[in-house]
Design a binder for this molecule. Sequence first.
Ligand code: MCA
Ligand code: AMP
Length: 505
Amino acid sequence: MANPLYDTLFGAHAGRDAPFLHLSDGSTVTYAGFLAQAAQIAHVLTGLGLQPGDRVAVQVHKSPQALALCAACAQAGLVFLPLNTAYTTDELTYFIENSGAALVVCDAAKTGSLEPVAEGLGAKVETLNADGTGSLTDKAAEQPDQFDTVDRSEDDLAAFLYTSGTTGRSKGAMLTQANLLSNAQTLVKEWQFTADDVLLHALPIFHTHGLFVATNVTLVAGGSMIFMPGFDLEQILAQMPRATTMMGVPTFYTRLLDDDRFTREAAAHMRLFISGSAPLLAETHVQFEGRTGQRILERYGMTETNMNTSNPYDGERRAGTVGFPLPGVELKITDPDTGATLPQGEVGVIEVRGPNVFKGYWQMPEKTAAELREDGFFITGDLGQIDADGYVSIVGRGKDLIISGGYNIYPKEVELVLDEQPGVLESAVIGVPHPDFGETVVGVLVPQKGQCPDTDAIMETIKGPLARFKHPRRLVVIDSLPRNTMGKVQKNILRDAYKDMFAPT
Ligand code: MCA
Ligand code: AMP
């Protein structure tokens, strides 16, 4: 028996003295050192009584130890459930309850609010702080640095990633070992990663992009990462001469281009810049090439599917497109009403099928059935088109979704909170263009008769239920929402009315 995910990503590096992580303080974590710590943590996890298949909910800052916890979960056959550090206790309560997590790992600063919640739901709590200290690593330090890897098959669950939905309730996307492995192996080949690559890693590790794309690709290739706590322009510019590759959301690239120090020379050591998670404006692509002489490689993915398409490594990286379906991934454009495949060139819903596509939403069979067809095609909700050369473009979204700086915000979730506020009759939440985040959130409120909602008080109140990145950057009050003859709110009219709200002056 074996454990394909652990064996391929981690076990393959047993005893290797080569660097895995280069840290901000100048120190290096070798593969061997990393695996030893992961094994120690795996002992702690099993010592707590966790059984294969149990969920481990993790809301911690980015650190080598956080990544070792992920490896430990793989080694002990546990399901890793990473959570955005911005989530509030209200939001976390839902995730812990819905997933039935057996263990919650959080920053010590959060235990005051999380411990009662976790205990009430039957979950244990351990701490892991940004600097790597905490009860988890304290206990791990006492443990042996070898652990007998738990047998798992490719079809076993490896991770849950929560993704919101149009109804406002988050869904746990169940990802198997095979989903993660197949995608990482494909991407290594497509993007020609080798053990010599040094990846500038400034993304968070609680989402697919930073965790499964950036990290797993590096692990499969056996390369190393300059592992930064977050996106810090000064640090990126300082470290770029040591790196060969970077993965980022479009905001990374617009921020770099806003700085005159980012020049052709500054990027000269880099062989590849990859962008995803949100649309990269064609003008950013063009400006980037003008400045550096290099073309950004844009790709397209989703939490439920990992990566689906990519522009070619060799060959034309076409601005405004997300390239071709990856090897092993089938992609078709369908009619949103009938599901029939549309002729080449027409705009419709993007559907994908392949080893990368998730197993379904945790304990939500109806939602799974609504989005994952019986024949294996997943209905992405993105609107796309394939050109005569086979390049896929994303031309819009069939789903009501805002992507701000690479974070997804489902308007319904914010509207449900705004609708409850004093003096508010109803609300509509829309995304409008933003120079830094690509899109940002605007809340449009309709007052109850004779009322005048206190927008400052509302902004204060929503701090409880909603993570900061979901907060509207502005609230506007209008008499009534535009509706079509069916009574549906015409968000396109609102988006048009407020499209210049954040335009640079
Ligand atoms: C931070 N803030 C945000 C965002 N990030 N608000 C809206 N949208 C955001 N993305 C808040 C902060 O809390 C702060 O609030 C204020 O905005 C200004 O923060 P700032 O310092 O400018 O932000 P930052 O810390 O520099 O972060 C910006 C960022 C970051 C670097 C773009 O958001 C980021 O790393 N995004 C990447 C997200 C990602 O990895 N997505 C991949 C999802 P205040 O002023 O109140 O303090 S995976 C995915 O989508 C699929 C699978 C795929 O294809 O990859
Ligand atoms: P998530 O739910 O966080 O996995 O976000 C997935 C969504 O991000 C997709 O359904 C797309 O709408 C969007 N997305 C990811 N990559 C791209 C891209 N390169 N261009 C446009 N949208 C993208």
